[in-house]
Design a binder for this molecule. Structure first.
Ligand SMILES: C=C(O[C@@H]1C=C(C(=O)O)C=C[C@H]1O)C(=O)O
Ligand SMILES: NC(=O)CC[C@H](N)C(=O)O
Length: 745
């Protein structure tokens, strides 16, 4: 027998963790998700309820006291004669309690991502059947329900600095239940049991009490019609139709070296343009490979301007497409030979990229990370919920170049791979690699200092503006609009004389070694002019995937080595509620992002500590499996999960909007006043033709949009209710200086 659940989402970042938890209880369950504003009024939704055995009202930002603006159609859900069993979670619970006459008030001590003992009342009843008297669950809330009423039967509570806090209740005489805690969090106990108990209660109610006409017979056409209509309310299309991959002859040559290669030294000797994705830190999980990508005249270059809603496509250094002609074509729509322009939104851009890659996907060498494909950079404004409103219109939000020839170095086995899709690997590059293989000893000059005699004009965020942004963030956290805000600042550096980007890269990689070092100098229009230049030394992987599975590694929780110099000291701080909550919130958010597209998601590492040159950081690892059989591709996962949760905070939608419109637009007005982050907070990496990909988060990076005259940097960190202004300012400065230091002494 089918069992249909209507899930009403309030644009939360934990929705799909719940959806998945419900689905996991029984394969006959069919869940339909809509938003709280999919219909204008609850009344408009009512006619569809005959198709559903129960409703789950999910968690979310906002305050039920604020009415429609915060909770949409949920405002009058419980008024009137609702004859459908309901389970409310967190915000959903608060809405039910309010309808039953309780008051919704702010907690004195707010709890975001904290584990508490939930203690059952004696009368907890069937919702908590088979539960022990006390169990652990995660709390994400600023608000709570207070005031005993006849209509509200308390079922469980917890105790903290606020006193007794209501954690679960039933609406007297109705099949409406709810919990304040989050049963779906990866650190909650017995979440599945709660869902099973509720489903049992719902079944019983439907069989014994629900009027016959209120629920259509199982399998009726009318039910099918309603489900298919509501299913279309949220876009679930994949970017392109996946196909089975086949092998195709390509050229791959492997050379074994006796000694470790210094990839920088090899790049230094190349006589042609290259992009580099390398590693200054290698461990078993990351930094195993360095990739040198070799663009040439055959390389297609995709540029996307979010603000202009324009994709521009041309070939690498096409003589007809000069920087001037390019600018005119993009801004004034002048047609020129060799350049195609398309007016399209971000989704259409991605469909184009998906279609382009699909034609080139092959089954070859799955053991190699990259065998040719697209490489490049994506800015923060390529992600959902953001707009690029910068006054400078010609700042690309995405730049991807198709590579046919590349070189890989395996840092564990000291092997080189020379790869060519068309069997035309450049002879000059082969020679440089052959010399590196023959040489017994690689000596490397150190490049930690930039050339002497240059001064730097540095524009930094001010402490006052930061303090104001911090207070604004706290206001939203306290009001229940957000649970965590990743607050970031912008800095620019103008050298008095030009410094070669490659020198800047060498210096950054030397001073701030990290597993994801990237060098992308996009002189795609002419050798002398780089339209964008991006240099990073990032500790953080955003997403990696192969045909079968994917991995995300969010970093959240940072302590500076200036303050805590040993791992033991750092561990004590990183295991406190502040850092734990900060990491858990993003971990649950990342699970949600993946669950939206995949059914099989696991937490592979929970908050392990990693050491870097200037900081210790907490890292969690989330894996998604079953990608091969899914209708979604890795590109779908990437696009759907941007912007990276560790750079936004949670819930993602509202926090991103508040940051752009209210918080960072003021904080960063010394650089731009549109709250635009640009390449900082975006991601960098590759889409290989064998469907392997790896993207790192753009932090600890430097980038220029003006032919390397001005360098931009961003730095920030997560603000929670447990943050202090001084602590966050110091953390932001430490991160900023890990890149800025190259200009400082
Ligand atoms: C925002 C930055 O970093 C992000 C925030 C972190 C944190 O709050 O602990 C850690 C790593 C990044 O996800 C930055 O480095 O600028
Ligand atoms: N997680 C939630 O649903 C939070 C509900 C509400 N916005 C609060 O902060 O209390």
């Amino acid at each position: 027998m089918g069992f249909n659940v209507l899930f009403i989402d309030s644009y939360d970042s934990f929705t799909y963790n719940l959806v998945n938890l419900i689905q996991a209880q029984n394969e006959d369950i069919r869940i339909t998700v809509i938003h709280n504003d999919t219909f204008g009024k609850f009344e408009d939704l009512k006619k569809y309820l005959v198709a559903f055995h129960c409703i789950v009202v999910g968690p979310g930002p906002g305050n039920p006291n604020n009415g429609v603006s915060d909770i949409g159609l949920l405002v009058d859900m419980f008024n009137g004669e609702l004859d459908v069993p309901v389970l409310g979670i967190c915000l959903g619970f608060q809405i039910m309690c309010r309808a039953a006459g309780a008051r919704i008030e702010q907690l004195h001590e707010i709890k975001h991502g904290q584990v508490y003992d939930i203690n059952l009342r004696k009368n907890a009843g069937q919702l908590f059947e088979e539960y022990p008297e006390s169990f652990k669950s995660v709390r994400y809330h600023s608000l709570h329900a207070v005031g005993a009423t006849e209509k509200l039967i308390p079922l469980c509570e917890t105790q903290d600095e606020n006193g007794h806090v209501l954690m679960g209740a039933q609406y007297a005489g109705k099949p409406f239940y709810g919990v304040q805690y989050h049963p779906e969090s990866c650190c909650s106990e017995l979440g599945g049991q709660l869902i099973r108990n509720f489903l049992k209660l719902a079944n019983k109610y439907n069989a014994q009490c629900r009027s016959r006409s209120a629920l259509l017979p199982d399998g009726s056409n009318k039910i099918k019609e309603i489900l298919s209509l509501l299913d279309k309310k949220i876009d679930k299309r994949s970017l392109y139709r996946k196909q089975e991959l086949h092998e195709k002859p390509i050229f791959v040559e492997e050379l074994k070296a006796e000694v470790k290669a210094e990839v920088h030294v090899v790049c230094d000797r190349l006589k042609r343009h290259f992009f580099l994705m390398t590693s200054a830190v290698t461990d078993s999980e990351r930094g195993k490979w360095s990739i040198i990508a070799l663009p040439d005249a055959k390389s297609t270059v995709f540029t996307y301007f979010e603000q202009l809603q324009q994709t521009v496509v041309h070939h690498w250094r096409d003589k007809d497409v000069s920087p001037e002609a390019f600018e005119k074509a993009v801004l004034f729509e002048n047609p020129i030979r060799g350049l195609q322009r398309y007016h399209e939104d971000k989704r259409q851009f991605w469909c184009r990229i998906g279609g382009f890659m699909q034609e080139r996907m092959i089954a070859n060498n799955p053991e190699l990370p990259f065998i040719g494909g697209l490489v490049g950079i994506l800015g923060y404004e390529m992600g959902q919920y953001t707009r690029n409103k910068d006054t400078a219109k010609l700042r690309p939000d995405a730049k991807l170049v198709y590579i046919e020839n590349c070189v890989l170095f395996n840092h564990f086995e000291n092997t080189w791979h020379l790869i060519s899709q068309k069997n035309d690997f450049p002879e000059d590059v082969r020679q440089v690699i052959a010399e590196a293989v023959d040489r017994c000893e690689e000596t490397r000059p150190t490049f930690d200092e930039l050339p002497a005699g240059i001064t730097y004009d540095i524009k930094l965020p001010t402490y006052e503006a930061y303090a104001e942004a911090f207070e604004k963030s706290q206001k939203y956290l306290h009001n229940g609009d957000s649970y965590e805000v990743c607050l970031t600042t912008q800095t620019t550096v103008k050298p008095s004389k030009p410094v070669k980007p490659w020198r800047i890269f060498q210096s950054l990689a030397e001073r701030n070694p990290a597993p994801f070092a990237s060098f992308f100098d996009f002189s795609d229009l002419s050798e002398e002019y780089n339209s964008v230049c991006f240099i990073s030394s990032s500790p953080e992987r955003f997403i990696k995937w192969s045909r079968d599975d994917c991995e995300l590694r969010p970093i959240k929780g940072t302590v500076s080595k200036n303050v805590y110099s040993t791992l033991e000291e750092a561990a004590l701080v990183l295991k406190t509620p502040k850092e734990f909550g900060e990491n858990l919130m993003i971990l649950d958010l990342i699970r949600n992002d993946l669950y939206q597209l995949l059914d099989d998601v696991v937490v592979d590492a929970l908050m392990s500590i990693e050491e870097y040159k200037t900081v210790y950081q907490l890292v969690s690892v989330v894996k998604g499996r079953g990608l091969r059989l899914s209708k979604f591709s890795g590109i779908d996962l990437l696009v759907h999960s941007l912007p990276a949760g560790s750079m936004t905070g949670a819930p993602k939608k509202i926090t991103v909007e508040l940051l752009q419109q209210e918080i960072e637009s003021d904080l960063n007005k010394h650089i731009n006043s549109a709250g635009v982050r640009g390449l900082y907070s975006g991601v960098t990496g590759y889409l290989s033709c064998n469907d392997n990909a790896d993207w790192s988060v753009n932090i600890r990076c430097l980038y220029s949009y003006d032919n390397a005259k001005t360098w931009n940097l961003g730095a920030g960190g997560a603000i929670t209710v447990l943050s202090t202004l001084e602590g966050e300012w110091d953390e932001m400065r430490t991160k900023l200086e890990s890149a800025l230091q190259i200009f400082l002494d």
